[in-house]
Design a protein around this ligand. Structure first.
Ligand code: KG4
Ligand code: ZN
Length: 333
């Protein structure tokens, strides 16, 4: 089955064609970074308008890349939530329209499910069951994944998501947008132990997270130098912040592995693209003989491939949505 997938939940327009036999055939991404950079964050109305401009051309380009036309497509899927409502509606409506016009099955897909199944797009896909750490701009959670659609939430952030902490830290240190890659770049060569930043919630026995205090600690540390903060000071502060986030994420993941007895860990979502996180998790997982799976960095952040894949698995299992399927801004996993 060949499935066209469309992702427009936030500030990336992603389109892909996935084949249940051959895997990913083609994928295209348009990032709106330039549209939002001047505002220091995603402006929902501008995001929706840009998705309108980009979605159909990206569908055409993706099909051309794969060397097929719509006659070669067997199903259509699009992200239905959670995300920015106006942005979601663009991809969802485009997907429904294509499916309706061509009399194809359609399915709206959960954005977080698409993220946490994304490592299956790589060589050596993780077999079920596994522990998933989902770290994106809007969510931070740990879930036990027993199969497609079989998710048990084990813990989540009680305030900011990990990506949000990166974005807010970048903003207060005036590093630019998007924040995650900017902080990672600024941290290069820095001393991760230069600042004793807190590790929120690690002493609590549960699997929940909290990142808003960390951002305040960074702000307070930055104030100690004010205008005098030189490049080395900022480098060390960013490295210490990044280390604190990654340390908390690893320690909670390790606890979840112990509590569940699971032997495989999947890390997905935008923060999973972070090189320091990938290195630390690889070292820790190897020392404990834990199987570790990441999507390639470009499939950690939002993309159409993960949507075509997750929607494809469900369409293949016979799931369908009616034409009344609508977008939802909030949707628990
Ligand atoms: O999964 P994603 O693309 O969108 C959501 O579903 O939210 O995640 C975006 C988040 C942003 O907060 C961004 O700053 C963060 O992922 N991010 C990173 C890196 N690349 C993206 N955070 C840390 N290091 C990175 N290299
Ligand atoms: Zn995402």
């Amino acid at each position: 089955m060949r499935v066209l997938g469309i992702e427009t939940s936030c500030d990336e327009t992603g389109v892909a064609l996935w084949d249940s036999e051959a895997g990913l055939l083609a994928h295209r991404l348009h990032s709106q970074t330039e549209v939002h950079a001047a505002y220091g964050g995603v402006v929902p109305e501008l995001a929706s308008r840009d998705h309108i401009r980009r979605t159909i051309p990206l569908v055409e380009q993706t099909l051309a890349d794969a060397g097929v036309d719509l006659d070669g497509v067997d199903g259509v899927t699009a992200t239905a939530g959670p995300g920015l409502l106006g942005a979601l509606l663009v991809g969802l409506s485009a997907g429904k329209a294509i499916a309706f016009a061509r009399d194809l099955p359609f399915l709206g897909i959960h954005h977080l499910e698409a993220h946490l199944l994304a490592p299956a797009l790589e060589d050596n896909p993780p077999p079920f069951p596994f522990l998933a750490l989902l770290v994106s701009g809007g969510h931070t959670l740990l879930a036990e994944v027993a199969g497609v659609g079989r998710y048990r939430l084990l813990g989540q952030s009680l305030d900011d998501a990990a990506g949000e902490a990166f974005d807010k830290t970048a903003k207060l240190l005036e590093l630019g947008f998007p924040g995650g890659p900017a902080v990672a770049r600024a941290a290069e060569g820095g001393d991760p132990e230069a600042f004793a930043l807190p590790r929120p919630m690690v002493d609590k026995p549960n699997l929940d997270f909290s990142f808003s205090g960390l951002k305040t600690a960074v702000l307070n540390a930055a104030k100690t130098r004010g205008e005098d903060a030189d490049a080395a000071f900022r480098r060390d502060l960013c490295a210490s912040f990044q280390e604190a986030v990654v340390d908390v994420l690893w320690r909670k993941s390790a606890r979840a592995l112990r509590q569940t007895g699971l032997e495989r860990l999947v890390v997905a979502g935008g923060v999973g693209a972070n090189a320091h996180l990938r290195a630390r998790f690889a070292t820790e997982a190897e020392a404990r003989s834990v199987g570790l799976h990441f999507p390639r960095p470009e499939f950690c952040t939002d993309n159409g491939a993960m949507v075509a894949h997750a929607g494809g698995l469900r369409l293949l299992a016979g799931e369908r949505d009616g034409w009344d399927r609508t977008a939802v801004a909030r949707w628990p996993l």
